[in-house]
Design a protein around this ligand. Structure first.
Ligand code: ZN
Length: 334
């Protein structure tokens, strides 16, 4: 038998609390989360949470602590669990893996992952590329995993995808459980990845308007949907004629991004359509902050989770809704 089975058993509770305290008030003054008053006094500590300080607001006459109104507020688990979970999320672990490494129930880690992913998306809301941008697309199988109401299995209404029969014939489509993923990669290094219902001219045009600033230079392959896109200086290479590079014009960065995206998505062992935009959003965050190591990325996510305004929006699922281009692009059409 091992001496310890979980890494976070080595974490010092007081140090975790001190770390979270620093992170929460790093870029903002100590203020009451309810009335925003800065007239604050100390108000003792907690027996069950070593290191957690309590404050008294002189204006609304109530107490609060470092976790009040954040995503970590009212969590039954110690902070060490959250810190390790966020770190593992940035190492692209699945929620099942995180549950095992933390020693919590799968439902707990699923919820945490969903929240933390949303918190990461808060950094990616305003992302728009400019300059020279490459684009590429692929279709990815995503069905209704985990969508049965009572748990267990849901009736598919079609033949199950066997190990061999991976896809229906023809182009992918949201309704065929094979939505399209479009990646936009700036030559400066930033990326935007979108899951869309299909790959028609209208969809690509709307996706481009969201992801890329009008007037930018766009390099793609010869797919007709790209060729019809307006508002950009567009050039393409013709893969059917075995042309992959023509001087400056190529989309190797976009293809390279997909070669990283595919193994990232494979970890989850099949995805649901409802979760696909969130997973892609987190991948986009990890790519755009790739200069940082996994723990620095985790720190960014934790810092967002400790912001009461972001936490409130995360709990309503607002960020992932903005990222859900299935609906976004669809409503734009109607
Ligand atoms: Zn107050």
């Amino acid at each position: 038998m091992p001496v310890l089975s979980h890494l976070h058993q080595l974490f010092n509770a007081e140090q975790c609390q001190g770390y979270i305290h620093t992170l929460r008030w790093k870029d903002r003054p100590l203020q009451c989360p309810r009335c925003q008053s800065h007239h604050i006094g100390q108000w003792g500590t907690y027996h069950h949470r070593p290191g957690c300080k309590r404050y008294w607001c002189h204006r609304c006459k109530r107490t609060f602590n470092d976790l009040t109104d954040t995503l970590l507020h009212r969590s039954q688990r110690p902070l060490s669990y959250w810190i390790l979970a966020t770190f593992l999320l940035c190492l692209a672990c699945s929620s099942r893996r995180i549950a095992r490494e933390l020693g919590v129930h799968i439902r707990t880690s699923y919820h945490w992952c969903w929240w933390l992913r949303n918190a990461a998306l808060s950094y990616e809301m305003e992302r728009q590329l400019e300059g020279t941008v490459e684009a590429d697309d692929l279709y990815h199988t995503a069905g209704n995993k985990g969508q049965a109401k009572q748990g267990g299995k849901k009736l598919l209404g079609r033949r199950a995808r066997g190990r061999r029969k991976k896809r229906e014939p023809g182009r992918g489509h949201y309704d065929k459980d094979r939505p399209a993923i479009i990646a936009w990669v700036s030559r400066q290094g930033t990326v935007v990845i979108q899951a869309t219902r299909d790959f028609t001219v209208q969809t690509v045009q709307r996706a481009a308007n969201i992801a890329v600033q009008v007037g930018s230079r766009l390099y793609t392959d010869s797919a007709s949907s790209y060729r019809a896109v307006k508002g950009y200086v567009h050039e393409f290479v013709n893969h059917t004629r075995k042309e992959y590079v023509r001087g400056e014009v190529h989309e190797n960065r976009a293809e390279c991004l997909f070669s990283l995206l595919k193994p990232y998505l494979r970890v989850f062992r099949g995805l649901s359509k409802t979760n696909l935009p969130g997973y892609l959003g987190l991948f986009q965050f990890l790519r755009n902050f790739r200069a940082q190591n996994a723990f620095e990325q985790a720190e960014l996510i934790l810092q967002a989770a400790l912001d009461p305004t972001i936490a409130r929006r995360v709990q309503k699922g607002e960020f992932v809704k903005c990222f859900d281009h299935f609906d976004l692009l669809q409503t734009a059409i109607n």
